[in-house]
Design a protein around this ligand. Structure first.
Ligand SMILES: Nc1ncnc2c1ncn2[C@@H]1O[C@H](COP(=O)(O)OP(=O)(O)OP(=O)(O)O)[C@@H](O)[C@H]1O
Ligand SMILES: [Mg+2]
Length: 270
C-alpha cells in the first residue's frame, strides 16, 4: 500500500492505547498515511482511570517537532492536549519555524466527566494565541463553553457559540455534540460562510474512550489528502461512528473504539 500523506501528531501518550497519541497513530495508519509524533505527556492509565501523568518539558516538545519536520516535512499537523502555557508557546514557535501548513487543533481542556485537564493560564494563552492560528478547532461542548464563556444546552446554543468563535478570529470550528443529552449526536461545522450540522443516532455504549482524538486525527488525515475541511469532517465523523459500532469491548471500564474499521470503508483519496 502506498503512503497517502505524512502527518505530525502533537499529543500525550495513553498507555491503554485507546486515546491520545496511540489513537492518533492508529487512525492515521488505518486511513493510509504516515504518522510522526511529538509527545507532550506520558500517562499511566487503563480503561478504569488515570494513575499518573508526567509532562514532557517545552524544550523537548519543540525539539521533537523541529528535528522530525526538518527531515520529513509533514503535509498536515494535529495538535492534541497541551498542558501548560510554556508548551503552548513553544509549539506555536516551532510550528512557525517549520512553516507548518494545514493545522487541526483539538483544544483538549475538559474531560468526559467535566474535569478541567489544563490550568487557567494555559486556557488563556490557548484562547489568545493559538485558536486563531490554526485551520480548524474541534472543541467538545464543555470546551466550547470555556472558550466562549457561555452555557450550551441545545443546538441553538451550539450554533451561537460557533459564530462567537468565528468572531474571535477562529477560521473553522467543529463543535462536537457527544456531551449533549439527546437521542441524536449533532456535530456542528461553522465558518464565515456556512453552517453544517452532521447528525447521527447516539450509540448506547460505555466504550467510547478516545472518540475526540480519533476524530481530529481522521479529519487531519483526510484534509492532508486534499479533501476540503467540511468533507474531511463528514468523512471523519463516519469513521468514528463505524469505530464506535464495531468497538471491541476491551477492559473493565470505558473501553476503546475500533480504529481498524476503515479497512471496510475503502474511501478513495484525492
Ligand atoms: N454515543 C455516541 N454515539 C455516536 N457518536 C458519538 C457518541 N459519542 C461521541 N460521538 C461522536 O464522537 C466524536 C467525538 O465527540 P465527543 O463529544 O465525544 O468528543 P470529546 O468529548 O472530545 O471526546 P473525548 O472524551 O475522547 O475527548 C463526535 O463526532 C461525536 O459525534
Ligand atoms: Mg476531547
Amino acid at each position: 500500500m502506498k503512503i497517502k500523506s505524512k502527518i505530525l501528531l502533537i499529543a500525550g501518550s495513553d498507555s491503554s492505547g485507546g486515546a491520545g497519541i496511540q489513537a492518533d497513530i492508529k487512525t492515521v495508519t488505518s486511513l493510509g498515511s504516515y504518522a510522526m509524533t511529538a509527545i507532550t505527556a506520558i500517562t499511566s492509565q487503563n480503561t478504569t482511570g488515570v494513575k499518573s501523568i508526567v509532562s514532557v518539558n517545552s524544550r523537548e516538545v519543540s525539539k521533537q517537532i523541529e528535528f522530525t519536520a526538518k527531515d520529513i516535512k509533514p503535509d498536515a499537523i494535529k495538535i492534541g492536549m497541551l498542558h501548560s502555557k510554556d508548551v503552548i508557546n513553544s509549539v506555536i514557535k516551532s510550528l512557525k519555524m517549520i512553516k507548518a501548513k494545514k493545522i487541526i487543533l483539538d483544544p483538549v481542556m475538559v474531560a468526559k466527566g467535566g474535569k478541567k485537564l489544563i490550568n487557567d493560564p494555559a486556557i488563556k494563552i490557548l484562547k489568545k494565541n493559538l485558536i486563531s492560528k490554526v485551520d480548524l478547532i474541534t472543541p467538545n461542548i464543555p470546551e466550547a463553553e470555556v472558550l466562549t464563556n457561555s452555557k450550551i444546552s441545545n443546538i441553538h446554543d451550539v450554533i451561537s457559540a460557533g459564530k462567537h468563535l468565528i468572531k474571535l478570529g477562529v477560521k473553522n470550528v467543529l463543535i462536537k455534540g457527544g456531551h449533549l443529552n439527546s437521542k441524536n449526536v449533532q456535530d456542528v461545522f461553522i465558518n464565515k460562510k456556512e453552517i453544517k450540522i452532521f447528525k447521527n443516532k447516539k450509540i448506547n455504549t460505555k466504550n467510547s474512550h478516545g472518540t475526540g482524538c480519533t476524530l481530529s486525527s481522521a479529519i487531519t488525515t483526510y484534509f492532508s489528502c486534499g479533501k476540503t475541511l467540511k468533507k474531511s469532517c463528514e468523512m471523519a465523523i463516519k469513521y468514528v461512528n463505524h469505530s464506535l459500532r464495531t468497538q471491541p469491548n476491551l477492559g473493565k471500564g470505558h473501553g476503546p473504539i475500533n480504529h481498524l474499521n476503515s479497512i471496510q470503508i475503502k474511501k478513495i483519496f484525492r
